[in-house]
Design a protein around this ligand. Structure first.
Ligand SMILES: [Zn+2]
Length: 448
């Protein structure tokens, strides 16, 4: 429990109690307050740690959210601790602060090898530690990422933990954001209410057909359907761009997100360039297939294999399977040196146990570009490359998943796709304008 919540709870208590006019009630309130203060301090000291400053602005929404849920937890048992991640916090520093064993931390990191959720702790994420009441050993750790996503690491036996990922679908609320170009597209999009990240997603989608600094002029118009995720009324911070139209002088540029996680224009042509199926030039033997129910070859515990392993000699060039931006270049005690790449749309790839990365975080890479040399780092039974593909935040089998290999919506899905485009366009414009405008723009863009 953090000191911040305790003091906020006290303030609420004080406010409520002061509303009563009776002196007896006031006295009762003071007695209660004294009780809470004593309790609050004893919790703090028994935890041997507590954030002594208010959480920074970034973490406030989460703290507020948890505050209401956590209020009854003023009486939280002394074997449960909560910590809100602040800037610069590391897992090992947090474990030291709570005097938790390093051994337990490595066991949790071993369980997290398949997920790598603990590698990027962000301000506002919340860790909850539960100790065994008798042995006082760590029995469970929860990572709260946002109201729609938590990961729980449970102790299975003396030598290890397993993870459980709790993902709530929530509700996705669609909204139309639109504007005219005034200055750059970037500034106009931000002024219309889009975030930096969403704006980057849009410029990325059109990068093959539109030069945003040269082709876009003042008074050109844009429309964006964005959806944001809510879980039990709370915004999770997750958003998706579902449809975009940019009216650029006499041309219509459009992008619509389809059920396969790919973006297509209004005629069904893919905007995300095709992916490579394999992350290497040569084909190598699959030494361990994708298997969400696998038993780990070294520990024997159930440990999902969220990727596919290719046996290959150390130093084999590893290729990015699609265009994208490098989001992680990290070293993990079990995954070894690894790279993560976010591709346009809803795709993400990971490359583990590398000998040497050849790219840095934030770098743009092309499909087929050499990003690393394969290796045998981390916990590994021999030289190999572990390759993962995630679609919409879920790992899928990279050898069989539907990925943009072709350049347009498959013929048998065209009716479904056109219906989806119709729905999104209907949100963008009143019906009577829609027919005329789309028809005239289509006619013009067909002729170009
Ligand atoms: Zn593997």
């Amino acid at each position: 429990m953090s000191y911040y919540w305790t003091s906020k709870t006290l303030k609420n208590q004080r406010r409520t109690q002061n509303r009563g006019l009776s002196l007896r009630l006031m006295v009762l309130a003071l007695v209660l307050l004294a009780g809470f203060v004593v309790l609050g301090f004893s919790c703090r000291s028994s935890n041997s740690a507590g954030r002594s400053r208010l959480p920074d602005a970034d973490s406030k929404p989460v703290a507020t959210l948890r505050e209401s849920a956590a209020e009854p937890e003023v009486f939280q048992p002394d074997n449960v601790f909560t910590w809100t991640i602040g800037n610069g916090d590391t897992l090992s520093a947090i474990f030291d602060r709570f005097e938790l064993s390093r051994n337990a931390m490595y066991q949790i990191l071993a369980a997290d090898e398949a997920l790598l959720a603990l590698d990027v702790l962000r301000p506002g994420h919340i860790l909850t530690f539960t100790l065994d009441e008798e042995s006082r050993a760590l029995s469970e750790m929860e990572l709260f990422i946002h109201p729609g996503k938590r990961v729980i690491y449970h102790r299975v036996n003396d030598s290890g933990f397993e993870y459980e990922e709790i993902i709530l679908p929530g509700v996705w609320d669609q909204e139309l954001l639109q504007g005219e170009i005034n200055g750059s597209f970037y500034l106009s999009a931000i002024a219309a209410g889009l975030t930096e990240r969403e704006t980057a997603t849009i410029t990325d989608l059109f990068k093959d057909q539109l030069n945003f600094s040269r082709d876009i002029r003042a008074r050109d118009r844009f429309q964006v359907i964005r959806s944001r995720q809510f879980v039990e009324g709370e915004m999770t911070g997750q958003s998706r761009i579902e449809g975009v139209r940019i009216f650029c002088r006499n041309r219509l540029h459009s992008a619509f997100l389809f059920e396969d996680g790919n973006y297509y224009d209004h005629k069904g042509e893919s905007l995300v360039r095709a992916f490579l199926r394999y992350p290497t030039q040569q084909r190598f033997r699959v030494s361990s297939p994708f298997n969400p129910a696998r038993r780990h070859p070294i520990t024997g515990r159930v440990s999902p294999h969220n990727g596919v392993d290719f046996a290959m000699p150390i130093g084999t060039p590893v290729l990015s399977t699609g265009d994208g931006v490098v989001t992680r270049v990290l070293n993990h005690p079990f995954a070894g040196r690894y790279i993560e790449i976010q591709h346009g749309g809803q795709y993400l790839t990971r490359y583990l146990h590398l000998h040497r990365p050849l790219v840095r975080r934030g770098q743009r890479v092309k499909r087929g570009e050499r990003i690393a040399l394969s290796g045998n780092t981390g916990r590994s039974t021999g030289p190999h490359l572990h390759f993962e593909l995630h679609i919409n935040g879920r790992p899928v089998n990279p050898l069989t998943a539907k990925i943009p290999m072709a350049s347009s919506v498959p013929r048998d899905k065209l009716t479904l796709f056109n219906r989806r485009v119709g729905e999104l366009v209907a949100l963008m414009e009143p019906a009577e304008e829609q027919v005329a405008r789309t028809a005239s723009f289509e006619a013009r863009s067909d002729s170009i």
